[in-house]
Every structure is written in structure tokens, then in C-alpha cells.
Design a protein around this ligand. Structure first.
Ligand SMILES: Cc1cc2nc3c(=O)[nH]c(=O)nc-3n(C[C@H](O)[C@H](O)[C@H](O)COP(=O)(O)OP(=O)(O)OC[C@H]3O[C@@H](n4cnc5c(N)ncnc54)[C@H](O)[C@@H]3O)c2cc1C
Length: 314
């Protein structure tokens, strides 16, 4: 069976989760890689993970990422290569593009698979559900199979392939430009939520947007970043970019300070990789408190100013 693997890259910079997807795909058959945009230089790296052919798909609209443009081009690559199965890494791009391909081909798309076994036409799979708290056994019966692989569910194993570059110029209609990267602005310096060694995160217990000033101040003092729960973003207290959890960011700082956050599973999955967790909460039975390494029981709006004063006094 010929399986295509969608290569996730950012203007020619590979996302290494692609290699995990290629490793998973090799168990299903012979694999070809599909690179959107004129980036044939990626071929040697892809050959090292088993790509027999590397389809380099070109069009002016593929110079940067656009979900619909990538999906339309990928569907064309499937037709040209005769492949009826596509595996992609379970990245934002991988999931978004395959969802669009599914819509184009009227085919089901299966996200976040950990294991796939190819049977007699059907595939059996184990996939991650509910933010990692459930593993589901599923069977995929479809003419076109579109699957993304859960990040870090397996280790990428090299395996040599020919890596023959095949250029493919596609036709794309202007209608696929509804979402396309038009410009980029690089934020200089500063600490991001993803890289901060300390995340000071606030939940409903913080009380109101003004009280987040203490979290901002503490984060600044300890060289950290501010995060929050979904209740906080739903209330409009902070931007969604700061949300941690299943439908927000995944973070793994050295220290996660959870201020007035109950610790619902959908929040926990976003920060469970933290090395240490400190919970500040009025409820000693809150899940965040019972799971944390350290806890302070009390009103966050009294405790944070005291902590800030103590740090400043040093
Ligand atoms: C499909 C789905 C996806 C979701 N995705 C996310 C997600 O990505 N991220 C996320 O966070 N949630 C997510 N949620 C929502 C999640 O289920 C919880 O509702 C949410 O995390 C609760 O936010 P919270 O802890 O701020 O609020 P609450 O659950 O209301 O908890 C508030 C906490 O603050 C404490 N508290 C109250 N007053 C004080 C005080 N003065 N001082 C100290 N502590 C105090 C309380 O004891 C309590 O523990 C999702 C839900 C669904 C269904």
C-alpha cells in the first residue's frame, strides 16, 4: 500500500513530529512524503525516515501556510500518486489540513492515533481522546484514510528511503485563500508562555481582571509568564492566547503556580508536564490542591501580595 505523509514545516523548517508520523506510516506500507511549497532541500532528511519519493508541490499560494491551499494541493497529490491514505503529524497544521482534505473528499478524518494496524482494507487503531485521559480502540473503514498521529506517542526511528524528488505543480483556485499567512511579525525578546520556567496561572478564584495585576507582577519578578483557565478567557478577563488546557496551551514549566484554579481535567492536561505545581486555593479538597506538590490554603488575593512583598524585601 502507498501511504502519503504530509510534511509539517514552516517555510522549509521541518517540524520533527513529521518523523514520528513517518515512523507510524511505515508500518502500513511504502511511504512518500508530501512537501507543500518549493522546498526540495527537505528531501534528504525525509529520505532518512523512509520516504521513497518526496513530492514537492508548488504554486504561488503555497509559499506560506494556508490550510485550504495545502488541503487542496494534498488532495491533488493523492490523485496523482494514486495514494488512498495520508498520515500527518498531530500538529495544528496536520490536523487542520487533514480535516479540510476530509471535507474535500467526503472522507472521515481520524485525529490523534497512537497505534495503527492495517487489516484487510480496514485499519484498527488506538487513539487518544479527551485530552489524553482516555484511549479509544477504533476501526477505520473508508476508501480514503486520513489519520494524524498523537505527538510523542511513539519514538521516531530512522529508516532509509530513496527520497527521489518529484516536482508537482498544482492548480489552485483563489477561493482557497480565505486563510493564508500574509505577513509575520516577530516578537522580540520577552518570555513566552511556552518557554517560561515559571507560569503564574489564574482561575475564577482570582475574582476579576483587575486582580490579575498581582499575577502579572509576580510573573515579572520571577521571570515567568501568566496563564489562565478557560473560565477566565470565557469571562473576557484575559486573552485566549494565555489559556492553558485541552483547548488552550500545553505548558511544562519548572514551576506552575495555580492561583484559584480548581484543577478540572481539561485544565490539568495542559499543565500536567510541569516539574512542580504550587496551588493557592481556598478549598483544600480542590483537585489542583490534592495533586499539587505544594499548596497554600487561603485567599489568593491576600497571599499573592504577601509573596510579592516578601520577594521584594529580599
Ligand atoms: C471540551 C472542554 C474543553 C475545556 N478546555 C479547557 C481548557 O483548555 N482550559 C481550562 O482551564 N478549562 C477548560 N475547560 C473547562 C474546565 O472544565 C473547567 O470548567 C475550568 O478549567 C474551571 O476553571 P477554574 O478552575 O478557573 O474555575 P472553577 O472550577 O470555578 O474553580 C475556581 C477555583 O478557585 C478557588 N477559589 C475561589 N475563590 C478563591 C480565592 N479567593 N482564593 C483562592 N482560591 C479561590 C475555588 O476553590 C476553586 O477551586 C474545558 C471544558 C470542556 C467541556
Amino acid at each position: 500500500m502507498k501511504v502519503l505523509v504530509l510534511v509539517d514545516h514552516d517555510r522549509g523548517v521541518l517540524d520533527e513530529l513529521t518523523f514520528q508520523a513517518m515512523t507510524a506510516a511505515r508500518s502500513l506500507g511504502s511511504i512518500d512524503a508530501v512537501v507543500m511549497g518549493d522546498y526540495p532541500a527537505l528531501a534528504p532528511d525525509l529520505a532518512q525516515y523512509g520516504a521513497e519519493a518526496v513530492h514537492v508541490v508548488t504554486h504561488d499560494l503555497l509559499a506560506d501556510y494556508g490550510s485550504e491551499a495545502w488541503a487542496d494541493a494534498l488532495a491533488q497529490a493523492m490523485l496523482v500518486s494514486g495514494a488512498r491514505a495520508v498520515i500527518a503529524p498531530g500538529t495544528d497544521r496536520g490536523n487542520e489540513v487533514l480535516a479540510h482534505v476530509g471535507a474535500l473528499l467526503n472522507a472521515p478524518m481520524v485525529a490523534n492515533c497512537n497505534e495503527i494496524t492495517a487489516g484487510d482494507g480496514d485499519w484498527s487503531m488506538i487513539r487518544t481522546r479527551w485530552g489524553g485521559s482516555l484511549l479509544e480502540e477504533a476501526t477505520l473503514t473508508a476508501d480514503y484514510k486520513l489519520v494524524t498521529i498523537t505527538p510523542h506517542a511513539l519514538v521516531a526511528e530512522p529508516s532509509s528511503g530513496a527520497g527521489t524528488v518529484q516536482m508537482l505543480a498544482v492548480e489552485l483556485d483563489e477561493s482557497v485563500t480565505r486563510t493564508i499567512v500574509a505577513d509575520r511579525v516577530r516578537a522580540e525578546g520577552g518570555i513566552t508562555l511556552q518557554t517560561a520556567p515559571v507560569v503564574v496561572a489564574g482561575g475564577r478564584g482570582v475574582g476579576n481582571p483587575e486582580n490579575f495585576a498581582s499575577l502579572d507582577e509576580l510573573a515579572e519578578l520571577v521571570g515567568g509568564a501568566v496563564g489562565c483557565s478557560r473560565v477566565v478567557t470565557n469571562n473576557g478577563w484575559r486573552s485566549h492566547a494565555e489559556q492553558v488546557g485541552q483547548t488552550g496551551n500545553r505548558v511544562a514549566p519548572d514551576l506552575y503556580i495555580a492561583c484559584g484554579i480548581s484543577g478540572a481535567i481539561q485544565h490539568w492536561v495542559g499543565m500536567m508536564g510541569s516539574k512542580r505545581v504550587l496551588a493557592i486555593n481556598t478549598d483544600r479538597e480542590a483537585p489542583m490542591v490534592t495533586k499539587a506538590d505544594y499548596a497554600v490554603i487561603g485567599d489568593v488575593n491576600e497571599i499573592l501580595p504577601a509573596v510579592i512583598a516578601a520577594i521584594k524585601a529580599r
